[in-house]
Ligand binder design. Structure first.
Ligand code: AMP
Length: 286
Protein backbone atom coordinates (compact mmCIF):
# COMPACT_ATOMS: atom_id res chain seq x y z
CA UNK A 1 0.00 0.00 0.00
CA UNK A 2 1.35 3.46 -0.83
CA UNK A 3 1.37 6.50 1.37
CA UNK A 4 -2.13 8.03 1.40
CA UNK A 5 -2.71 11.55 0.15
CA UNK A 6 -3.74 13.50 3.23
CA UNK A 7 -2.68 16.13 5.70
CA UNK A 8 -1.07 13.43 7.85
CA UNK A 9 2.60 14.17 8.45
CA UNK A 10 4.82 11.31 9.55
CA UNK A 11 7.91 12.08 11.63
CA UNK A 12 10.42 9.61 12.94
CA UNK A 13 12.77 11.69 15.08
CA UNK A 14 12.29 13.86 18.16
CA UNK A 15 13.59 17.05 16.52
CA UNK A 16 10.98 16.90 13.73
CA UNK A 17 8.25 16.10 16.25
CA UNK A 18 9.21 19.10 18.37
CA UNK A 19 9.42 21.45 15.39
CA UNK A 20 5.90 20.57 14.31
CA UNK A 21 4.58 20.92 17.84
CA UNK A 22 6.37 24.22 18.32
CA UNK A 23 4.66 25.58 15.21
CA UNK A 24 1.28 24.51 16.62
CA UNK A 25 2.10 26.12 19.96
CA UNK A 26 3.06 29.38 18.22
CA UNK A 27 -0.40 29.36 16.65
CA UNK A 28 -1.97 28.76 20.09
CA UNK A 29 -3.16 25.29 19.16
CA UNK A 30 -3.85 22.79 21.97
CA UNK A 31 -2.49 19.28 21.54
CA UNK A 32 -3.60 15.77 22.46
CA UNK A 33 -1.33 12.72 22.26
CA UNK A 34 -2.54 9.16 21.65
CA UNK A 35 0.27 6.64 22.29
CA UNK A 36 -0.15 3.24 20.59
CA UNK A 37 1.79 0.23 19.41
CA UNK A 38 0.05 0.25 16.03
CA UNK A 39 -2.03 -2.47 14.34
CA UNK A 40 -4.78 0.05 14.89
CA UNK A 41 -8.39 -0.95 15.47
CA UNK A 42 -11.63 0.77 16.45
CA UNK A 43 -10.49 0.98 20.08
CA UNK A 44 -7.50 3.10 19.08
CA UNK A 45 -9.69 5.17 16.77
CA UNK A 46 -12.08 5.90 19.66
CA UNK A 47 -9.09 7.37 21.52
CA UNK A 48 -8.27 9.45 18.44
CA UNK A 49 -11.83 10.76 18.26
CA UNK A 50 -11.72 11.73 21.93
CA UNK A 51 -8.36 13.42 21.36
CA UNK A 52 -9.85 15.41 18.48
CA UNK A 53 -12.73 16.50 20.69
CA UNK A 54 -10.32 17.57 23.45
CA UNK A 55 -7.70 19.46 21.51
CA UNK A 56 -7.07 21.40 18.29
CA UNK A 57 -4.33 19.05 17.09
CA UNK A 58 -3.76 15.33 17.54
CA UNK A 59 -0.48 13.46 17.61
CA UNK A 60 -0.59 9.66 17.42
CA UNK A 61 2.53 7.70 18.23
CA UNK A 62 3.19 4.19 17.00
CA UNK A 63 6.07 2.47 18.73
CA UNK A 64 6.28 -1.22 19.59
CA UNK A 65 8.26 -0.63 22.73
CA UNK A 66 10.76 -3.47 23.22
CA UNK A 67 11.37 -2.69 26.89
CA UNK A 68 7.82 -3.57 27.89
CA UNK A 69 8.07 -7.09 26.45
CA UNK A 70 9.56 -9.93 28.47
CA UNK A 71 12.17 -12.23 26.89
CA UNK A 72 9.55 -14.94 26.21
CA UNK A 73 6.85 -12.59 25.00
CA UNK A 74 5.58 -11.71 21.53
CA UNK A 75 7.77 -8.71 20.57
CA UNK A 76 8.88 -10.18 17.22
CA UNK A 77 5.41 -11.55 16.42
CA UNK A 78 3.54 -8.40 17.46
CA UNK A 79 1.39 -7.36 14.47
CA UNK A 80 2.84 -4.51 12.40
CA UNK A 81 0.57 -2.93 9.81
CA UNK A 82 2.21 0.38 8.98
CA UNK A 83 0.42 1.15 5.71
CA UNK A 84 -3.02 0.27 7.07
CA UNK A 85 -2.34 2.38 10.15
CA UNK A 86 -1.38 5.39 8.03
CA UNK A 87 -4.56 5.07 6.02
CA UNK A 88 -6.72 4.82 9.13
CA UNK A 89 -5.08 7.87 10.71
CA UNK A 90 -5.29 9.86 7.48
CA UNK A 91 -8.99 8.99 7.19
CA UNK A 92 -9.44 10.05 10.82
CA UNK A 93 -7.88 13.41 9.91
CA UNK A 94 -4.97 13.08 12.32
CA UNK A 95 -2.32 15.73 11.74
CA UNK A 96 0.86 14.11 13.00
CA UNK A 97 2.10 10.54 13.36
CA UNK A 98 5.27 9.96 15.38
CA UNK A 99 6.90 6.66 14.44
CA UNK A 100 10.32 6.47 16.05
CA UNK A 101 12.37 3.33 15.82
CA UNK A 102 14.08 1.79 18.82
CA UNK A 103 17.37 3.60 18.18
CA UNK A 104 15.57 6.95 18.41
CA UNK A 105 13.90 6.06 21.70
CA UNK A 106 16.84 4.16 23.17
CA UNK A 107 20.07 5.47 21.65
CA UNK A 108 23.46 4.10 22.68
CA UNK A 109 24.19 4.87 26.31
CA UNK A 110 20.52 5.06 27.24
CA UNK A 111 20.36 4.07 30.91
CA UNK A 112 17.40 5.73 32.60
CA UNK A 113 14.37 3.84 33.87
CA UNK A 114 11.13 5.19 35.32
CA UNK A 115 9.47 2.88 37.85
CA UNK A 116 6.11 3.43 39.51
CA UNK A 117 6.62 1.19 42.49
CA UNK A 118 3.29 0.23 44.04
CA UNK A 119 0.55 0.21 41.42
CA UNK A 120 2.91 -1.66 39.06
CA UNK A 121 2.81 -4.61 41.45
CA UNK A 122 0.24 -7.40 41.42
CA UNK A 123 -2.11 -8.27 38.54
CA UNK A 124 -0.17 -7.98 35.24
CA UNK A 125 2.88 -6.73 37.16
CA UNK A 126 3.30 -10.15 38.76
CA UNK A 127 3.04 -11.99 35.46
CA UNK A 128 5.06 -9.61 33.30
CA UNK A 129 8.14 -8.64 35.37
CA UNK A 130 9.50 -5.28 34.24
CA UNK A 131 6.55 -4.63 31.92
CA UNK A 132 5.30 -1.52 33.69
CA UNK A 133 8.83 -0.13 34.06
CA UNK A 134 9.04 -0.30 30.27
CA UNK A 135 5.61 1.32 29.95
CA UNK A 136 6.36 4.07 32.49
CA UNK A 137 9.70 4.87 30.86
CA UNK A 138 8.38 5.04 27.31
CA UNK A 139 5.27 7.02 28.28
CA UNK A 140 7.38 9.49 30.27
CA UNK A 141 9.56 9.92 27.18
CA UNK A 142 6.60 10.36 24.81
CA UNK A 143 5.03 12.93 27.13
CA UNK A 144 8.27 14.88 27.47
CA UNK A 145 8.99 14.70 23.75
CA UNK A 146 5.60 16.11 22.79
CA UNK A 147 4.46 17.99 25.95
CA UNK A 148 0.78 17.68 25.03
CA UNK A 149 -2.14 19.21 26.94
CA UNK A 150 -3.88 15.82 26.99
CA UNK A 151 -2.84 12.21 26.59
CA UNK A 152 -5.56 9.66 25.92
CA UNK A 153 -5.41 6.01 27.05
CA UNK A 154 -7.84 3.09 27.11
CA UNK A 155 -9.34 1.54 30.23
CA UNK A 156 -8.77 -1.76 28.45
CA UNK A 157 -5.27 -1.63 29.99
CA UNK A 158 -6.59 -0.50 33.34
CA UNK A 159 -3.48 -1.11 35.44
CA UNK A 160 -1.43 0.73 32.80
CA UNK A 161 -3.80 3.70 33.06
CA UNK A 162 -3.42 3.80 36.85
CA UNK A 163 0.39 3.53 36.52
CA UNK A 164 0.42 6.46 34.08
CA UNK A 165 -1.84 8.59 36.27
CA UNK A 166 0.55 7.98 39.18
CA UNK A 167 3.57 8.71 36.97
CA UNK A 168 2.37 12.14 35.83
CA UNK A 169 1.22 13.08 39.33
CA UNK A 170 4.50 12.01 40.93
CA UNK A 171 6.74 13.66 38.33
CA UNK A 172 4.58 16.79 37.96
CA UNK A 173 4.28 16.27 34.22
CA UNK A 174 1.82 18.96 33.12
CA UNK A 175 -0.63 16.85 31.12
CA UNK A 176 -4.23 15.72 31.64
CA UNK A 177 -4.46 11.94 31.41
CA UNK A 178 -7.81 10.94 29.93
CA UNK A 179 -9.10 7.37 30.19
CA UNK A 180 -11.66 5.95 27.77
CA UNK A 181 -14.01 2.97 28.17
CA UNK A 182 -13.09 -0.25 26.39
CA UNK A 183 -14.40 -0.68 22.84
CA UNK A 184 -15.76 -4.19 22.31
CA UNK A 185 -16.91 -6.50 19.56
CA UNK A 186 -20.67 -7.10 19.54
CA UNK A 187 -20.14 -10.33 21.49
CA UNK A 188 -18.27 -8.44 24.23
CA UNK A 189 -14.66 -9.33 23.37
CA UNK A 190 -12.45 -6.29 23.99
CA UNK A 191 -10.78 -5.15 20.77
CA UNK A 192 -7.05 -5.85 20.90
CA UNK A 193 -4.24 -6.06 18.37
CA UNK A 194 -3.50 -9.46 19.93
CA UNK A 195 -6.91 -10.84 18.93
CA UNK A 196 -5.25 -11.45 15.55
CA UNK A 197 -3.46 -14.40 17.19
CA UNK A 198 -6.76 -16.24 17.84
CA UNK A 199 -7.84 -19.18 15.69
CA UNK A 200 -11.51 -19.46 14.75
CA UNK A 201 -12.25 -21.84 17.59
CA UNK A 202 -10.32 -19.71 20.09
CA UNK A 203 -12.17 -16.62 18.88
CA UNK A 204 -15.43 -18.39 19.79
CA UNK A 205 -14.16 -19.01 23.34
CA UNK A 206 -12.73 -15.51 23.90
CA UNK A 207 -15.97 -13.56 24.70
CA UNK A 208 -16.45 -15.78 27.78
CA UNK A 209 -13.80 -13.64 29.51
CA UNK A 210 -15.97 -10.52 29.39
CA UNK A 211 -19.09 -12.50 30.31
CA UNK A 212 -17.36 -13.99 33.35
CA UNK A 213 -15.84 -10.78 34.73
CA UNK A 214 -19.17 -9.01 34.20
CA UNK A 215 -20.96 -11.74 36.17
CA UNK A 216 -18.35 -11.51 38.94
CA UNK A 217 -18.75 -7.72 39.10
CA UNK A 218 -22.52 -8.04 39.43
CA UNK A 219 -22.23 -10.67 42.17
CA UNK A 220 -19.74 -8.51 44.11
CA UNK A 221 -22.16 -5.59 43.86
CA UNK A 222 -24.76 -7.91 45.36
CA UNK A 223 -22.52 -8.74 48.30
CA UNK A 224 -21.18 -12.16 47.29
CA UNK A 225 -17.84 -13.12 48.93
CA UNK A 226 -15.16 -11.71 46.62
CA UNK A 227 -12.37 -14.28 47.05
CA UNK A 228 -14.66 -17.29 46.70
CA UNK A 229 -16.40 -15.78 43.66
CA UNK A 230 -13.07 -15.10 41.92
CA UNK A 231 -11.92 -18.68 42.61
CA UNK A 232 -15.13 -19.99 41.04
CA UNK A 233 -14.70 -17.66 38.09
CA UNK A 234 -11.17 -18.94 37.44
CA UNK A 235 -12.51 -22.49 37.33
CA UNK A 236 -15.35 -21.42 35.03
CA UNK A 237 -12.88 -19.75 32.64
CA UNK A 238 -10.81 -22.93 32.39
CA UNK A 239 -14.00 -24.89 31.77
CA UNK A 240 -14.97 -22.43 29.04
CA UNK A 241 -11.77 -23.38 27.19
CA UNK A 242 -9.07 -20.89 28.21
CA UNK A 243 -5.67 -22.54 28.59
CA UNK A 244 -4.71 -20.74 31.80
CA UNK A 245 -5.98 -18.05 34.12
CA UNK A 246 -3.19 -15.73 35.26
CA UNK A 247 -5.47 -13.86 37.63
CA UNK A 248 -9.01 -12.76 38.22
CA UNK A 249 -9.30 -10.26 41.04
CA UNK A 250 -11.35 -7.35 42.33
CA UNK A 251 -9.50 -4.18 43.33
CA UNK A 252 -10.16 -0.58 44.32
CA UNK A 253 -10.36 1.26 41.00
CA UNK A 254 -8.35 4.34 41.97
CA UNK A 255 -5.40 2.66 43.69
CA UNK A 256 -5.65 -1.01 42.68
CA UNK A 257 -5.42 -1.82 46.40
CA UNK A 258 -7.30 -4.88 47.64
CA UNK A 259 -11.00 -4.20 48.14
CA UNK A 260 -11.95 -2.78 51.50
CA UNK A 261 -15.34 -2.20 53.03
CA UNK A 262 -15.10 1.51 52.08
CA UNK A 263 -17.43 0.96 49.17
CA UNK A 264 -15.39 3.15 46.76
CA UNK A 265 -15.41 2.37 43.02
CA UNK A 266 -14.14 -1.15 42.35
CA UNK A 267 -12.95 -3.03 39.31
CA UNK A 268 -12.77 -6.70 38.35
CA UNK A 269 -9.63 -7.45 36.33
CA UNK A 270 -8.48 -10.66 34.66
CA UNK A 271 -5.79 -12.07 32.40
CA UNK A 272 -5.96 -15.40 30.60
CA UNK A 273 -4.01 -17.40 28.06
CA UNK A 274 -5.74 -18.67 24.94
CA UNK A 275 -3.63 -20.32 22.26
CA UNK A 276 -0.90 -17.84 21.31
CA UNK A 277 -2.78 -14.90 22.82
CA UNK A 278 -2.69 -13.42 26.26
CA UNK A 279 -5.99 -11.63 26.80
CA UNK A 280 -6.73 -9.07 29.50
CA UNK A 281 -9.98 -7.38 30.36
CA UNK A 282 -11.65 -5.50 33.21
CA UNK A 283 -15.03 -4.05 34.15
CA UNK A 284 -16.28 -1.74 36.86
CA UNK A 285 -18.34 -3.12 39.72
CA UNK A 286 -21.78 -1.57 39.27
P1 AMP B 1 -1.80 -0.64 22.36
O1 AMP B 1 -1.59 -0.27 20.94
O2 AMP B 1 -2.44 -1.97 22.54
O3 AMP B 1 -0.59 -0.42 23.22
O4 AMP B 1 -2.88 0.38 22.91
C1 AMP B 1 -2.74 1.76 22.75
C2 AMP B 1 -3.84 2.44 23.51
O5 AMP B 1 -5.10 1.99 23.03
C3 AMP B 1 -3.81 2.11 25.02
O6 AMP B 1 -4.15 3.28 25.74
C4 AMP B 1 -4.88 1.06 25.15
O7 AMP B 1 -5.45 1.00 26.42
C5 AMP B 1 -5.88 1.54 24.11
N1 AMP B 1 -6.77 0.45 23.69
C6 AMP B 1 -6.40 -0.77 23.26
N2 AMP B 1 -7.49 -1.53 23.02
C7 AMP B 1 -8.57 -0.76 23.32
C8 AMP B 1 -9.98 -0.96 23.30
N3 AMP B 1 -10.50 -2.12 22.93
N4 AMP B 1 -10.78 0.05 23.68
C9 AMP B 1 -10.24 1.24 24.08
N5 AMP B 1 -8.94 1.49 24.12
C10 AMP B 1 -8.11 0.51 23.75
Amino acid sequence: MSEPVSSLTVVRDVGSLRRRIKAWRSANRSIALVPTMGALHAGHLALVERAKALADEVVVSIFVNPTQFGPDEDLSAYPRREADDWNLLAAADVGLLFMPDASVMYPDQFQTEVRVTQVSQGLCGDHRPGHFDGVATVVAKLLLQSLPDYAVFGEKDFQQLVVIQRLVADLDIPVDIVGLPTVRETDGLALSSRNAYLSESERAIAPALYREISAVALDIANGVDVAARCTDAAAALLKAGFDAVEYIEAREAATLAPLTASGGPARVLAAVALGKARLIDNVSVP
